[in-house]
Design a protein around this ligand. Structure first.
Ligand code: ATP
Length: 347
């Protein structure tokens, strides 16, 4: 989602601000039921949404994960009123996205990986500009800019041109710009793509502060760790429909248990270690020759660990490492969709 869309959103928000509060009472920020959307280009067509259903309670962070082409962007654009669906129904903050788009736009913000800030202007000037575009008076825009600079930890850098900001600072400035009109629901499209770990943490803190203040967030991300860190619940999307939904822990539990992992000391001992894990756990383990690692899902972590250690000792086989851990969200994702993590870029 680019800067122009974002500016349109800010402008539209300002034109419809007076209808705030007249929506249907609901504690769901997003209610989408059976959305269908087919793209048609000449003879070719693609079913991008195929019965997409999503319920997001107000005040929560909901992660939308899926492999490339799963329909994440189409879902977000539909919910943000930028795209018209063919069938199904969606409400945002109690308003129908197809029939009441202005009311929806008055309540949402949109931000993504392409920072919509003007590099020639200072951080503060950028926010004042967004405030003025949103039809705030000069004083109100200046006041709101200062509040947001404070909230996003940018007060000290307020006078520097945005072109001198680090990637993380720009992304926080972009988030701040999306919050000018205090949207109830923020669509966050890959907010930390391309950022280093420190900047990523700063953006995560900024998102947490927004949520603490009551904003609902729909987060699409290519980093499963990001969803793990930020999202209360996660929907896994595949081929235009939600194939699994739950907390990160629930999704990990779908794999069916913890994992035992044993690292052999030498590549030559890998098969012997794998045979012992297979006997001890009663499953065929996965082996990774590069890492010399043998892994298997186990139902009872303590019993499995004792059994493997006992058998290794009996065989006189020392190992480099052994442990039991929960599955990662990445493994859950692979298990649920049969695809690697989105864009193969797990943080
Ligand atoms: P990514 O992670 O790669 O951004 P996504 O989950 O956001 O993918 P979408 O961009 O929503 O997926 O695309 C869903 C499907 O619809 C894909 O197969 C895509 O090729 C197709 N698609 C998206 N936009 C169009 C369009 N304008 N015209 C035709 N097909 C499209």
């Amino acid at each position: 989602m680019d800067a122009i869309l974002k500016l349109c959103m800010v402008y539209t928000e300002s034109t419809t601000y007076t209808v705030l509060g007249q929506g249907t009472m609901t504690d769901l920020a997003i209610r989408a039921e059976g959305l269908r959307k087919r793209y048609r280009a000449g003879k070719r067509s693609k079913q991008a949404l195929d019965g997409f259903t999503l319920h997001v309670p107000a005040g929560t962070v909901h992660g939308l994960l899926g492999p490339n082409g799963a329909g994440k962007t189409t879902a977000v654009r539909t919910l943000a009123t930028l795209l018209r669906h063919d069938a199904g129904r969606a409400e945002v903050c109690g308003w129908d996205v197809a029939r009441q788009p202005d009311q929806v736009r008055a309540r949402i913000g949109l931000t993504g990986q392409y920072a919509a800030v003007d590099e020639q202007l200072s951080g503060r000037q950028n926010l004042v500009l967004f405030g003025r575009l949103a039809r705030l008076g000069a004083k109100a825009a200046a006041r709101r800019a200062d509040e947001l600079l404070e909230q996003f930890g940018l007060t000290e850098a307020a006078g520097r041109t945005a072109g001198q900001y680090s990637g993380g600072m720009r992304r926080r400035l972009d988030l701040a710009a999306s919050m000018i009109r205090r949207p109830r629901l923020l669509f966050l499209d890959e907010p930390t793509t391309g950022l280093d770990p420190r900047s990523r943490n700063q953006v995560w803190d900024a998102v947490r502060s927004l949520v603490a203040a009551g904003t609902t967030v729909l987060l699409t991300t290519q980093y499963l760790e990001e969803a793990d860190q930020l999202a209360d619940r996660i929907s896994v999307l595949d081929a235009g429909r939600v194939v699994a939904e739950g907390t990160a822990e629930e999704l990990k539990a779908r794999i069916g248990g913890d994992r035992i992992e044993v690292v052999a000391r030498h590549a030559a001992e890998l098969d012997a270690v794998a045979a012992i894990v297979a006997e001890a756990c009663g499953v065929v383990p996965e082996t990774d020759p590069v890492e010399r690692r043998v892994g298997a899902v186990v139902a009872d972590r303590v019993a499995a660990l004792i059994e493997v250690v006992t058998r290794l000792n009996a065989a006189g086989l020392a190992v480099a490492d052994i442990g039991v851990r929960q599955p990662t969200l990445d493994e859950a994702f692979l298990h649920l969709t049969g695809h690697g993590a989105p864009r193969e870029a797990v943080a």
